[in-house]
Design a protein around this ligand. Structure first.
Ligand code: ADP
Ligand code: MG
Length: 685
């Protein structure tokens, strides 16, 4: 059971005053569903503002706080921006500017003739001073002058910075003091603050020691959990399987296996012949052919007169796997069954009987396949598909009920760099499918200067005229949401004017039904060009869409570009991805786009992304899936992981049951980072 001290942190964000479904969704997209997630949503950077008495004290490009009086509203026709002219004490003026549909709100917070304190970035537009989307407007100076250093957080569409800041504050106020789990000597040597103090500091300003401490906590939790899993796994014996290849010979594959697949299968077979239980991770990009490898592993068990099970994260995926495995294994004589939470009554009973008496050889399903009531005659092999969010350990536990531990193969499509693989999956051996099946059309990727957008539009027009479909992706990142949305809408309007009604727009501020409807029209081919912000929903699969344009590609992370690009190249046709780049491109930015052109290897992109980050350039929003950690960044992982590793090992050597006071604190840590499956193993003995 989770220590009661942590309960306030694990309260749902939706229980917080003012968080309804409208905010719930954008928060969820950022992975912020509980207060715990909010306190660990650390600032990406800080804005340092200067309070000035009048505009002439400030310079263009500077972040300022100044008192001004609105004197005039200037609405523009159509989709143009809304402006409010505001004057300082000297009579100098600035045009406060809003894109999108914020005019109502702007009028309300800036009544004519009433002085207000305004914070934002001073820019120049033609001859006039301008401030686009002022960040704060207040009646009195207190709040704005009291916080001249402001944290900036990663946002998602539908969530403003101010709103998120307030939520984080609320969450921080609910954070309790926790017992110290870091070794006192280390804590002192590094000059790290206590946990709660570190959190408060990390949100308030640039405090490297505080950030390091928080990162270290996460690394320590992961190392402790991995060691506990490994220790438990080693203490049990597995089932050595002698397979003769008889079933595998009868699999009907319409293709030959790739070298990488053969290698992985060989590694798996030799692991499974040992009495130590296999603990292996199969890493391979989407489409690299993991399913066939899983099937072979399952059939090895069947050849040895044992059973295999395959666990999928969702019911849909379970059904897909069941269909695929049944088709491929039709000639092998293996009896395959599907078991999900939906199966009830007779049908379920008969599957349970089959698993118990051994007449079912392979069971595919959701977590239902490991419920208490499900017993196997001789389960010797478990495949776990798509591991990331919870880590392997938690799922592994499910397989460790018996005295004899089945062999386990975990599969993931997230290509993460080798060093991070060690950190995340340190307890496992790794097989990589680093070779795509042949015949896959490479996606022709080109980097195009933004000035050539006319040519690009012409190319899209030709593509559509030839019966094809295409994606046009506009960036929607970070804090200038208003501008991004305005840009996406403007692009949509321009493309629609040129190409007609076959163009549709999807972005995160649409109601979900409207979004689904637009996606459905595109999938059905009724719309030919989908203009989208980054929220091209996962699972979109339109083989006829073979062209993708990505605007301002330099603003995306490599992992995200890789994912986006994966939406094309799904059919027979030759696919093209055009990366439009802005003019002010840094050296690193140039290198990153060149990499995208050069390779489609997700592993290589992940490695290079890490390397380029090492260069000290802040690449902006961290993409989920980049590293297995949320708090620790790549640099911290490299610097602090060895320390955490040694510290964890020492603690477990001295206090394997985590019974000492520090051990008890370490348990709290494991729960805090949801690595509590480690604690469960302690109880198991
Ligand atoms: P993953 O699960 O790794 O994303 P899948 O196992 O679903 O990938 O395989 C993707 C597609 O590639 C499937 O249609 C599969 O039949 C096909 N495939 C797998 N291995 C090969 C191969 N060696 N040669 C040709 N096609 C293959
Ligand atoms: Mg798959």
């Amino acid at each position: 059971m989770r220590p009661a001290t942590l309960n306030p942190l694990f309260a749902e964000v939706t229980g917080v005053v003012g968080v309804g479904p409208r905010l719930g969704r954008p928060l969820e997209r950022l992975g912020l569903t509980r207060l715990r997630d909010l306190v660990y949503h650390l600032p990406e950077r800080f804005v340092q503002r200067r309070a000035v008495r009048s505009l002439d004290e400030a310079s263009v490009g500077e972040q300022i706080v100044v008192a001004m009086t609105p004197t005039e509203y200037r609405a523009s026709a159509g989709r143009g921006p809304f402006r409010i002219i505001a004057r300082d004490g000297d009579g100098d003026f600035v045009a406060l500017t809003w894109f999108g549909r914020n005019a109502g709100w702007a009028r309300k917070s800036l009544p004519l003739g009433e002085r207000r304190w305004i914070a934002g970035r001073l820019d120049q537009f033609g001859q006039t001073l301008q401030m686009v989307h002022p960040e704060h407007i207040a009646e009195d100076s207190g709040a704005l002058l009291g916080q001249l250093c402001e944290p900036v957080y990663a946002l998602s569409e539908g969530l403003t910075l101010g709103r998120l800041q307030a939520l984080v504050e609320q969450a921080l106020a609910a954070a309790p003091d926790l017992p110290e789990w870091i070794e006192p000597g280390l804590l002192e040597k590094m000059g790290w603050p206590a946990w709660r103090e570190a959190l408060l500091l990390a949100h308030k300003g640039e405090h490297p020691a505080a950030r390091d401490r928080l990162a270290y906590d996460e690394l320590l939790a992961s190392q402790l959990a991995l060691m506990l899993v490994r220790r438990s796994n080693r203490s049990r014996s597995g089932i050595p399987l002698k397979a003769d290849g008889s079933r595998r010979a009868k699999v009907s594959l319409p293709f030959g296996l790739t070298g990488a697949q053969k290698r992985a299968i060989g590694e798996i077979e030799s692991d499974m012949a040992q009495s130590a239980p296999m603990l292996r991770l199969l890493q391979g990009d989407v489409g690299s052919g993991k399913t066939v490898v899983a099937l072979e592993a399952l059939l090895i068990a069947v050849e040895a007169s044992a059973q295999g099970a395959m666990l999928a994260p969702t019911e849909i995926l379970a059904r897909q796997h069941f269909a695929t495995l049944s088709r491929l294994a039709a000639g092998t004589g293996a009896n395959i069954a599907l078991l999900t939470g939906r199966d009830k009554g007779r049908a379920r009973e008969s599957i349970l009987m089959g698993l118990l008496d051994g007449s079912i050889d392979i069971c595919v399903g959701t977590h239902a396949i490991f419920q208490e009531s499900v017993a196997y005659r001789n389960l010797a092999m478990v495949v776990i598909d798509e591991q990331h969010r919870f880590g392997v350990g938690q799922r592994l536990l499910l397989t460790q009920k018996g005295r004899r531990v089945p062999h386990c193969l975990a599969m993931t499509a997230t290509p993460i760099p080798r060093t991070l693989t060690l950190a995340q999956y340190g307890e496992m051996d790794v097989s990589r499918l680093d070779e795509m099946p042949p015949g896959r059309q490479p996606i022709d990727t080109r980097v195009v200067a933004a000035e050539r957008i006319g040519d690009v539009v012409a190319a899209v027009e030709r593509h559509l005229a030839g019966g094809g479909q295409a994606y046009w992706v506009c960036p929607m990142v970070r804090e200038n949401e208003g501008e991004d949305l305005a840009a996406a809408e403007a692009r949509f309007a321009a493309l629609k004017e040129r190409l007609g009604d076959c163009v549709t727009l999807v972005h995160g501020q649409l109601r979900p039904e409207a979004k689904d409807a637009a996606m459905a029209e595109f999938a059905a081919g009724e719309k030919r060009l989908l203009v989208a912000t980054t929220v091209i929903e996962v699972g979109v699969d339109v083989p006829n869409a073979t062209l993708m344009v990505i605007e301002q590609a330099e603003r995306f992370g490599l992992a995200q570009l890789h994912q986006l690009r994966g939406r094309v190249g799904r059919g027979e046709g030759h696919s093209v991805c055009l990366l439009l780049r802005g003019e002010a491109l840094s050296e690193t930015g140039r290198e990153r786009l060149a990499l995208m052109r050069e390779t489609q290897d997700g592993f290589r992109l992940a490695e290079e992304d890490l390397r380029l980050r090492g260069g000290g350039e802040l690449l902006g929003t961290r993409q989920s899936g980049d590293t297995p950690f949320r708090v620790a960044d790549a640099e911290q992982i490299q610097r602090l992981l060895p320390l955490a590793h040694d510290d964890a090992r020492l603690l477990i050597e001295r206090d394997g049951g985590l019974d000492s006071p520090r051990g008890a604190a370490a348990r709290v840590l494991l729960y805090l980072f949801e690595r509590d499956y480690g604690v469960a193993l302690l109880r198991g003995g």
